[in-house]
Design a protein around this ligand. Sequence first.
Ligand SMILES: C[S@@+](CC[C@H](N)C(=O)[O-])C[C@H]1O[C@@H](n2cnc3c(N)ncnc32)[C@H](O)[C@@H]1O
Length: 389
Amino acid sequence: MKFFVTVPVGLEFVAVQEIKDILSDSTIQYEDQVNISWPSNWFVTKSEKKCAKRAVRGLESEDLVKVKPIDEISEANKLKPDVMPGLIAFETDQPQSLKCELKSVKVLFAEILEAQLPDCREDVEIFLKQGMNLREDSGWISALDFWHRWKESHTREGSATDSLSFRVTFQKLRSYSSSGRPNFSFSSVEGSDWLGYGIGAAMPHWRVNLKHVHIVCMAYKSSIKLGIALTNLDGTNIRNREAFGATSLQVQEAFCLTKLSSPPPGSVLLDPFCGTGIIPIEAVQHLVGDRAVYGIAGDVLSEETERAERNSIHSGSKNLIEVLSADATRLPFRDKSVSRIVSDMPWGRRCGGFSRNVSLYPKFLDEAQRVLEADGEAFLLTLEKGLMR
Ligand SMILES: C[S@@+](CC[C@H](N)C(=O)[O-])C[C@H]1O[C@@H](n2cnc3c(N)ncnc32)[C@H](O)[C@@H]1O
């Protein structure tokens, strides 16, 4: 049975590892083109919106002062232009194991089919309005069948096939090329309308409304994947958190960063820009048993430390996390006392600003180097690529 999942862009290789750990029989599509190793001093850039780039970096503490230029993205990454960013497709014969939540996964889909979109807008419209030529021998029947069983076991609300209603979402994985030119000649709304028409024609007994089956078409360049959503498109970000702020990081990114940082058992993991505290919370919640760590969550703003405190209680992590008010440029720790710093630094967009970051970043990097153990590492997420050089 085929599935695909959406995961944090740039951290796909961490998610691949989690999928392989949980579904031992899984075959990952394009695995040879997904990065599964993390060379030191290596960066992943990610486009979230047009022109917005992020950088995730793994740095040895000794190297904090001699950083490679951020644009030196690995060759492997450059060689995979057609692999959908933030999407992993896999096949497994143990789909029941998917009931155990994959922490790096945003949304889980049962795959219906993959296809190529025609080049011109008129042909795309025809192709989608014909329901992509869906036939019974596509993954349609097995995906729908799996969706039924999944719904029954997850919500106890089975649905008779003949009374199903559906909605369609057309999602572009990258609407603009790196040069800023649109990658598609039609809007997502048009794509959804055309495909909704096509599926409606193929399934005349189904009604269109916002209930039951949610069919999603992921498009990247000319490749598309059609799937039935098994989990909520927006409901998975509330794990371990009840208090949110304006700059809250997605929980799956927090999980992937902590998994990537692979702290030694029993060590201290610090997020000095903790906001809602989700990074240390994910660390203490999911790095357990012989990988367990102690989390420290610091922030300069009292409203943020209050949120982190609330979330540490809400997630049942209170005994494993210390929340403190601290300035990241003057950390209240001894030299070489922290094993991992994992943090989502101020980007200067929703809080702070570029001029503030110009003075904050070098001071913080010096301080990080001071408090990290000799073999300590920092995993830092930021939009301010220039300031990390
Ligand atoms: C990008 S946000 C972190 C968001 C967090 N990962 C979350 O999911 O809620 C950056 C945080 O850095 C904090 N901050 C800014 N300057 C700081 C400083 N000098 N020391 C400590 N924290 C600071 C801000 O208050 C903000 O909460």
